[in-house]
Design a protein around this ligand. Structure first.
Ligand code: BGC
Length: 448
């Protein structure tokens, strides 16, 4: 019965982000973000979707805290929209924007749920994009100043913070391939944006040490890369893809350097960064958050951009609606690799989940989502094994509490434990919510 029992004090949570769920992006004096602009640029979003209403969490947050209670969550991970707090990105504070997060934090605490706050989950104030966004070296200080405002307002009530969520996605989607805001396509810009994001994370951590009393870390999406064959060119391709997606961000933060493969990948677009910068990027963290969804198996491919590698689809495997292979062993390999390369830091899985087809919703009935239940079960069993194998894992956050705006893929890709009807905004539990509630209640033993 107790085979899958997690350690006492293990934190069970669920995660969301501001632009994906809140709606009312310009309410109460907020400034526009780059996602507000991107989503209202014709052709950028599937189905013309945008975050004007999303899940209407900005107005329904109390109802959503009740959903968290029904799950029995210990902690809720959400992000703060920078442009609500500082409409121009720097300078003037918009108290009403800050008040929203203050009310949310109070509501969570009243219900015994620990807030876990991410300062940047992709929605840069548009006013800062007009000043070059992440290409401007000042962005590190803009971020630290913004973060300080939020720390001062909430650190008395918030125990755990993260600086930046998934810098790889910001730079690969936003600056290299143009499929996410701000929609740039430049091999010359991507490494600069990446570097400034890691400088910003470091500056945010430094700022926290001056005013904060709890814990701060950074969140990476790690996707392990496996060579499609034992041929040396496939193995080299997998190593490049790994350096590009995983080490490009974790190395400057935790080792204070970049892997040499990046120069090979970017060629003349790889800048000589000032050596001093690495003192800023490498700030001591209290934990690292890892978002894990899938792996990739890669082969050498001269046309593969930018790593001269391309993904080989695993036909025997289950794939999610976003085309991602379900591969729970990749989560164990990721955590082991992380520990081996960066040392025995406290770790959280800050996101893990899957978009699957959900059947039509009948009022009053639970939405059956067996594939999502199976996904969660497999990954949580794997995590239990990781802890037995010595990984210093403190908690787990399912992505996501609610169906929400899957960025440029729109509302069609549903990751939620709760189904959201976007016309009526009704929330309906899925079987995965019931399952997860049981896992939490039994501290894992229900995984048997
Ligand atoms: C992001 C989320 C996103 C999820 C599923 C992560 O990349 O942090 O915002 O919705 O994965 O794609």
């Amino acid at each position: 019965m107790s085979r899958y029992r997690f350690p006492d004090g293990f934190i069970w949570g669920a995660a969301t982000s501001a632009y994906q769920i809140e709606g009312s992006p310009l309410a109460d004096g907020a400034g526009p973000s780059i996602w507000q602009r991107f989503a209202h640029t014709p052709g950028m979003m599937a189905n013309g979707d945008h975050g004007d209403t999303a899940c209407d969490h900005y107005r329904r947050y109390k109802e959503d805290v009740q959903l968290m209670r029904a799950l029995g969550l210990h902690s809720y991970r959400f992000s703060v929209a920078w442009a609500r707090v500082l409409p121009e990105g720097t300078g003037r504070v918009n108290q009403k924007g800050l008040d929203f997060y203050s009310r949310l934090v109070d509501e969570l605490l009243q219900h015994g749920i620990q807030p876990n706050v991410t300062l940047f989950h992709w929605d840069l104030p548009a006013a800062l994009d007009d000043r070059g966004g992440w290409l401007n070296r000042d962005s590190a200080h803009w971020f630290a100043d913004y973060a300080s405002v939020v720390f001062k307002a909430l650190d008395g009530r918030v125990q755990r913070w993260s600086t930046i969520n998934e810098p790889w996605v910001v730079t690969d989607g936003g600056y290299l391939h143009g499929v996410l805001a701000p929609g740039h396509r430049s091999k010359y810009e991507a490494p600069i944006a990446a570097h400034n994001l890691m400088r910003a994370s470091g500056a945010g951590i430094q700022a926290y040490r001056a005013v904060g009393r709890h814990e701060i870390g950074v969140v990476f999406n790690i996707e392990p890369k496996y060579p499609a064959s034992q041929r040396p060119d496939d193995e080299a391709a997998a190593q490049r893809a790994h350096a590009y997606m995983n080490e490009q961000f974790a190395d400057p933060a935790l080792l204070g350097s970049y892997p040499p493969a990046l120069k090979d990948i970017f060629g003349d677009a790889w800048p000589d960064f000032p050596a001093d910068d690495f003192q800023l990027t490498r700030q001591p963290v209290d934990f690292v958050g890892i978002n894990y969804y899938t792996r990739s198996v890669v082969k050498h491919d001269e046309q593969g951009y930018p790593c001269r590698a391309s993904r080989v689809r695993q036909h025997h495997a289950t794939h999610t609606e976003t085309g991602w292979e379900v591969y729970e062993q990749g989560l164990a390999d990721t955590l082991m690799w992380f520990k081996h390369r960066y040392g025995d830091l406290p770790l959280y899985v800050t996101e893990n989940g899957a978009a699957f087809y959900d059947p039509p919703v009948a009022e009053g009935e639970v939405v059956e989502d067996p594939l999502r239940v199976a996904y969660l079960r497999k990954h949580l069993r794997t995590l239990h094994q990781c802890i037995e194998d010595g990984i210093n894992l403190k908690g787990y956050y399912a992505w996501s509490l609610l169906d929400n705006l899957e960025w440029s893929l729109g509302f069609a890709k549903r990751f939620g434990l709760y189904h959201v009807d976007y016309a009526s905004l009704t929330r309906t539990p899925k079987a995965s919510a019931k399952f997860y509630a049981k896992v939490i209640e039994t501290n894992g033993t229900a995984l048997a």
